[in-house]
Design a protein around this ligand. Structure first.
Ligand code: ATP
Ligand code: MG
Length: 260
């Protein structure tokens, strides 16, 4: 393992470097796949573009996502290596607040990685983790890659699936199966962002606490109100706002940084 203790606390990108440390440690522990590091880098680049803070477009999507969780009959949280390395405690908290089941679902599936991720979730307090070994016995024909293997008790029968840091193919497959798909993705141009029912364009490290807080706030609202709030949400409109924010920021910041 590398020694990351050299990161000085006053480094301007201290938080980002610590997060990278979680990812590289996760890779050494077989939680993160090597390609997961590249996906993380793509996310970081988009975080720079949005200004590394949550925008109004993210708040709106968090509101709709919270409603979706609270009206779902059978919500499932799909867990991959990157998210397990970044925020396992928040995943367990989200599951506890909503009753959503945790299911491991991997693009690069191996018995070693499944077990490593399950261990991380259990250490964070999870009681039960779906999608491990023989339990991932169902196959979704709508989805390509190893991600088509799912747990009959979880994603197969879910009416809502939370798929943060997701691949576009699977998002599209799940939507085509009639499931509501909620995602967190820093790239508003990705196929996932375009296809999901609700896309929270924000860093997962900011989005998870915001989503949990919103769910706590709305928990006692009645179903009719939650359903109508959810129905009034337009992902297309929110994605347009997000792209508008990035364009404006690039023009204004570019002018400010490189004034003649
Ligand atoms: P798609 O398949 O949807 O077109 P992609 O192939 O670019 O997208 P994947 O590698 O399939 O991307 O999925 C990873 C996604 O997760 C990327 O879009 C990336 O921007 C996003 N991402 C990475 N790290 C984070 C993070 N910390 N928070 C939120 N999103 C992230
Ligand atoms: Mg992809």
């Amino acid at each position: 393992m590398f020694d990351h203790s050299y990161i000085p606390k006053d480094h301007p990108r201290y938080e980002s470097l610590k997060t990278r440390e979680k990812m590289t440690t996760g890779m050494s522990d077989h939680v993160v796949a090597p390609a997961g590091l590249i996906a993380h880098g793509r996310g970081e680049a988009f975080d720079y573009l949005i200004g590394e803070k949550s925008g109004a477009f993210a708040d709106e999507a968090v509101h709709a996502a919270a409603c979706a969780f609270l009206i779902a009959e059978h919500p499932v949280i799909s867990v991959n290596g990157n998210i397990a390395a970044l925020c396992p405690e928040d995943l367990v908290r989200l599951s506890g607040e909503t009753g959503a089941l945790l299911e491991v679902n991997l693009f690069y599936r191996s018995a070693v990685r499944e077990k490593a991720i399950m261990k991380v979730l259990k250490n964070a307090g999870a009681k039960h983790v779906l999608g491990i070994g023989k339990n991932a016995s169902a196959v979704l024909p709508e989805v390509g890659s190893a991600r088509r293997r799912v747990d009959p008790e979880g994603i197969l029968k879910a009416d809502m699936v939370f798929v943060p840091l997701e691949d576009g193919d699977r998002t599209e497959g799940l939507v085509n199966m009639g499931k509501r798909v909620i995602t967190v993705d820093l790239n508003p141009l990705s196929r996932t962002a375009c296809k999901a029912t609700v896309t929270i364009v924000d860093n997962i490290l900011r989005a998870m606490p915001a989503l949990i807080a919103k769910i706590k706030e709305l928990k006692n609202r009645d179903k009719a109100w939650l359903t109508s709030e959810f129905a009034s949400f337009s992902n297309t409109a929110v994605m347009r706002k997000c792209i508008g924010h990035i364009s404006k920021r690039l023009t204004e910041t570019g002018r400010h940084l490189y004034e003649e």
